[in-house]
Design a protein around this ligand. Structure first.
Ligand code: GDP
Length: 204
């Protein structure tokens, strides 16, 4: 996928701050440190569009990025980077704020056509499953992307894929996209899945 432009628009803590002009949106969710910023940067072929954090749990706002691609279907969209969940060391009061803000966005945004849920290929945590089921209940069909696969041997990678598929009760059509921001493995598959998601949404 050729990315023509990718720019940060703004960080928001409430709905009033969302950009006025709304483009079709793709939300990225995942536990802190899962590699969300890295995969966003990988998708748009930029080194530092989304900040790659060294301190897990740093991002507490909804960050909007405008992305224009050279593709007849997708054309232009917004990437929405949601705060990482399940970071134990974040102050309790902040964690309590993240919930309603994310929930409000995920249940009310009419432009949202795909939620990408990132899970670390090295192991799932309870928060990953809770979030997945919450998203399903909210009417989303999350695209599951396994991150940091370059850190696994071929054998462990297959084991991990099985574990994730079982944990999410995937059957037949559903699948985990395996990715690495380091090697760019999975980049094209993610873009293809985003395009399919957009086409499905347009047909409804
Ligand atoms: P975020 O908190 O989910 O946005 O995670 P980041 O993108 O900031 O990544 C967290 C840490 O994992 C950083 O040190 C990254 O360099 C590292 N990381 C992210 N993606 C990959 C990957 O695909 N492969 C490897 N080896 N490291 C990664």
């Amino acid at each position: 996928m050729k990315v023509l432009t990718a720019e940060f628009i703004r960080s928001c803590v409430s709905a009033e701050q969302y950009p006025q002009e709304r483009w079709p949106e793709i939300a990225f969710v995942g536990r802190s440190n899962v590699g969300k910023s890295s995969i966003i940067n990988c998708l748009v072929n930029r080194k530092k569009l989304a900040k790659v954090s060294t301190t897990p749990g740093k991002t507490r706002t909804l960050n909007f990025f405008r992305v224009v691609v050279d593709d007849p279907v997708l054309k232009q969209m917004c990437f929405v980077d949601l705060p990482g969940y399940g970071y134990a060391k974040a102050a309790r009061s902040l964690r309590e704020q993240w919930g309603p803000m994310i929930e409000q966005y995920l249940t009310k945004s009419l432009q949202l056509f795909t939620v990408v849920q990132l899970v670390d290929m090295r192991g799932l945590e309870e928060h990953d499953l809770t979030t997945y089921h919450w998203l399903k209940n909210a009417g989303h069909d999350p695209l599951i992307v396994g991150t940091k696969v370059d850190k696994l041997s071929r054998n462990d990678r297959n084991k991990s894929l099985n574990t994730i598929s079982k944990a999410f009760s995937f059957q037949g059509g559903e699948a985990v996209i395996v990715s690495s921001a380091k090697t760019h493995e999975g980049r094209l598959e993610i873009w293809k899945a985003l395009r399919r998601g957009y086409e499905r949404r347009s047909e409804q």
